[in-house]
Design a protein around this ligand. Structure first.
Ligand code: THU
Length: 133
């Protein structure tokens, strides 16, 4: 699985976004060390706070299937009707990523054909993790 392929899967997952309130559509594709890819989209709620981000949907699907080790995460997001340009993961999602991934875990942001790779350490420096306890 190449980085562009993972971005493409995130783009396809974005099409499943359930976002009738924000109209902001996000897709994620999480590559596990097993080789399997788990996709996710944001899932909103009329009560707002139960909303789940695309990244956490992907992680929770993977972890609930027994995965514990991950290679990379691709994220594609943007306003409905617009071509996604860049969507950074929210703070809560960064914390969930930190629960399962090392500092050098790769996070791909942008859109298929135009994206940049960051490490978890770059996006969440000085993090509180299981090593802190
Ligand atoms: N959202 C994500 O799915 N991932 C992010 O990293 C940023 C925000 C969703 C949550 C909500 O459904 C919408 O985008 C607007 O915040």
């Amino acid at each position: 699985m190449t980085d562009p392929q993972l971005m493409q899967l995130a783009q396809e997952a974005r099409q499943k976004s359930y976002s009738p309130y924000s109209h902001f559509r996000v897709g994620a594709a999480l590559l596990a060390k097993s080789g399997k890819v788990y996709t996710g989209c944001n899932i909103e709620n009329a009560s707002y706070s139960p909303t789940n981000c695309a990244e956490r949907t992907a992680f929770f699907k993977a972890v609930s299937e027994g995965e514990r080790a991950f290679e990379a995460l691709a994220i594609v997001g943007g306003r409905e009707g617009e071509t996604a340009e860049f969507c950074a993961p929210c703070g809560v999602c960064r914390q969930v990523i930190a629960e399962f991934c090392p500092k050098d875990f790769r996070i791909l942001l942008g859109a298929p054909g135009k994206f940049q790779a960051y490490t978890l350490e770059q996006l969440l420096p000085f993090s509180f993790t299981n090593e802190s306890l």
